[in-house]
Design a protein around this ligand. Sequence first.
Ligand SMILES: Nc1nc2c(ncn2[C@@H]2O[C@H](COP(=O)(O)OP(=O)(O)O)[C@@H](O)[C@H]2O)c(=O)[nH]1
Ligand SMILES: [Mg+2]
Length: 209
Amino acid sequence: MKILNFDLTFFMKSFINIDQINIHVGNEIAFLGYSNSGKSTLVNSLSNKKKLSRVSKFPGSTKLINFFNVDNKCRIVDFPGYGYSSFYKRKKINWLREIKKYLFYRKCLIGVVLLVDINFFFKENDLIIINILNKKKINFIILLNKCDKLSFFLRKKKYISAQEKIISLKISPCIQIFSSFKKIGIFELKKTLSNWYSDVYKKNKKCSF
Ligand SMILES: Nc1nc2c(ncn2[C@@H]2O[C@H](COP(=O)(O)OP(=O)(O)O)[C@@H](O)[C@H]2O)c(=O)[nH]1
Ligand SMILES: [Mg+2]
């Protein structure tokens, strides 16, 4: 298996919307979820860097699509939350619509990490995105994030109820209990992402920057 070294992660570039993205080769893993679900914190905890990605207490602080280079092998794409709209040159950007466009057309995409707060899943847009990922057969993993807020017993209970929900949608569950703060599940996540990369590498879609 090709292992991705997440310690070798650095910021590349930001884009204001999907149409502005001018990189069309290589492999991308997208981080999706509502604002405040912990996407930007995850970039930091994966890379062991405190300030690589901006983290905020206020929803909607990521107003751009942020690209990070991982080990010169693939990119992490940190999106604004999909329950959120922002303005650019007075034009409203609906991030759910942008993300849908990205999922439908992005050739570089090799997988999606979908973050939900372990206390507040699944909300409307989570389910919309999960259904698209399933239909398009895109690799994805759902992180029940911020599990440090719950006892072991409650974590397990939430995990089972999340699994039941996904199974009821006739989707095979790919769910992990996770905490960036306590680094719970980080090893398993790195392994999953490295596996996705390995698979495309084997299929000869080598990354080139
Ligand atoms: N308890 C807890 N809080 C977290 C965790 N990860 C992120 N947060 C907090 O959640 C808030 C939103 O995080 P951020 O990464 O900006 O979310 P984003 O909007 O999805 O990028 C911040 O206050 C973070 O400190 C975690 O693992 N546990
Ligand atoms: Mg963010």
